[in-house]
Design a protein around this ligand. Structure first.
Ligand code: F0G
Length: 460
């Protein structure tokens, strides 16, 4: 008999550690009050388990640190750029590679170049920086996710898919001159970290090309998406994540990327594409604000870290461990009747705080209240994705609430172990036990734009 373990272990051992500190409930009470009940305002040191984001918060591998020592900091023609370019070409097949300092810089450069006033860019769901960079160019960001994506409890293997009928209808009714490109975000972060199927990507591509519209992928979590395709889509179980990623990109004309996610780096991003004339325009804008085209706002050592990280993100043992730890947390919360977006996504568990704290009206921000409670109870930091982030204040002082009140627990890559996840589960069960006592919050300060970052609250 061959030993077959049921436990999926962290596929690494730890060589360099960063201490984290427990705090007392009294200490957290004061810290959060001083932070205006906004976890963004906390000192990171006062947080025990930080699930604010999976962006730029991952652990580097020894191979990445080793490569970083070989960073070539030449202003032009850096060897580190050539290495990064090779890796990106190998994974994506795109000919032209433009490095940027992070995802939103890629978005700004791309959309500033292709958008005109009244342009419309469809996507499954635009991430907020993507939407903001489109709207900053006075163009429209159109979300066309499948209907299942709007219902947290509905289970669908590829809940990040785009609605092909709606896309076709949009193409049919909109002059081509208004659609500079079509995008799909893998995985769909704003929709719960849900994957997009290869079939869907292929169909979007075919439709775009039949209408003469370029097709771009927001590739932030391309490796996690490839893993879901391998697990869930017929015909892919014997393919490697790299082969699957290569096929995904083969249907597209280009991509934007934040290397802070599946680039496994602390900073960085890129645009990659096949259209040489467009690449030249993008590079000209890049030089203006990011830097010369062979570093684009990055240090040579950053490009080294990304070149290694992109391949490490495609490692099967790593992906199995990563997706399973998120799924494990989701399973335990579901068993405890804590409602989450089903099924669990790749990088995060999204608690449906609207359903969980149904005694708190949307006007009292149940998802923010849950973030507050998780920190007070157990030193956990998560992010509100509800009406604090997306509510639309009206001139009469009222507010149009967000469609969903979610709390996202996003997992940094290679940072936390199973016992951290077990701690989270215990803490959330404790919070669930006293859910009915949790009070809502009200604003005491809000900025006119992107208010969630700096808002101050009081408990009701
Ligand atoms: N696209 C997606 C799908 C993202 O999730 C993000 C960032 C970006 C673009 C922008 O990239 O941060 O490098 O400028 N998401 C982070 C998050 C911030 O917490 O989900 P960036």
């Amino acid at each position: 008999m061959v030993f077959q373990a049921k436990t999926i272990i962290e596929p690494f051992r730890i060589k360099s550690v960063e201490p984290i500190h427990e705090t007392t409930a009294e200490y957290r009470d004061i810290a959060l009050k001083e932070a205006g009940y906004n976890p963004f305002m906390l000192k990171a040191e006062d947080v025990l388990i930080d699930l604010l984001t999976d962006s730029g918060t991952g652990a580097l591998s020894e191979q990445q640190w080793g490569a970083m020592l070989q960073g070539d900091e030449s202003y032009a023609g850096s060897r580190s750029f050539l290495k990064l370019q090779d890796t990106i070409q190998k994974i994506t097949g795109f000919q032209f590679v433009i490095p940027t300092h992070q995802g939103r810089a890629s978005e700004r450069i791309l959309f500033t170049t292709v958008c005109e006033q009244d342009s419309i860019i469809p996507n499954n769901t635009h991430f907020d920086t993507t939407r903001a960079n489109i709207e900053a160019n006075r163009a429209e960001a159109l979300d066309l996710a499948i209907d299942e994506a709007k219902h947290p409890a509905v289970i669908h293997p590829f809940k990040g898919n785009m609605d092909l009928q709606k896309l076709e209808q949009f193409f049919r009714n909109t002059p081509k001159s208004k659609i500079p490109l079509c995008m799909v975000t893998v995985t769909n972060n704003s929709g719960g970290g849900q994957p997009v199927s290869m079939g869907n990507i292929k169909a979007i591509s075919a439709m775009c090309h039949s209408y003469g519209v370029p097709f771009f992928i927001d590739a932030c979590r391309f490796a996690e998406n490839a893993w879901f395709i391998k697990q869930r889509e017929e015909g892919y179980k014997d393919k490697t994540p790299l082969q699957i990623a290569q096929e995904m990109f083969s249907y597209a004309d280009g991509c934007t990327m934040s290397a802070k996610k599946d680039g496994m780096a602390n900073i960085g991003g890129f645009i990659a594409l096949n259209d040489g004339a467009l690449a030249e325009k993008l590079r000209n804008l890049l030089i203006l604000t990011e830097g010369f085209p062979t570093y684009g706002g990055l240090a040579g050592y950053d490009m080294e870290a990304i070149a290694v990280g992109l391949m490490e993100a495609l490692d099967e043992d790593y992906l199995r461990y990563r997706i399973r730890s998120v799924e494990y947390l989701g399973e335990k919360l579901t068993q405890a009747n804590i409602p989450i977006i089903q099924p669990t996504g790749g990088h995060a568990v999204y608690i449906d705080a609207g359903a969980f704290l149904s005694h708190i009206p949307q006007s009292q921000y149940p998802a923010q209240a849950l973030c507050v409670e998780m920190y007070l109870a157990a030193g956990i930091r998560a992010v509100e994705i509800g009406s604090v982030m997306f509510g639309k204040p009206q001139p009469d002082g009222s507010e149009i609430p967000a469609a969903l009140e979610l709390v996202r627990l996003a997992f940094p890559r290679r940072v936390y172990t199973q016992s951290h996840v077990d701690y989270l589960i215990e803490a959330l069960l404790y919070v669930a036990d006293r859910a009915k006592q949790i009070r809502g919050v009200r604003f005491t300060y809000q900025a006119p734009m992107l208010r969630h970052f700096t808002a101050q609250f009081a408990l009701i």
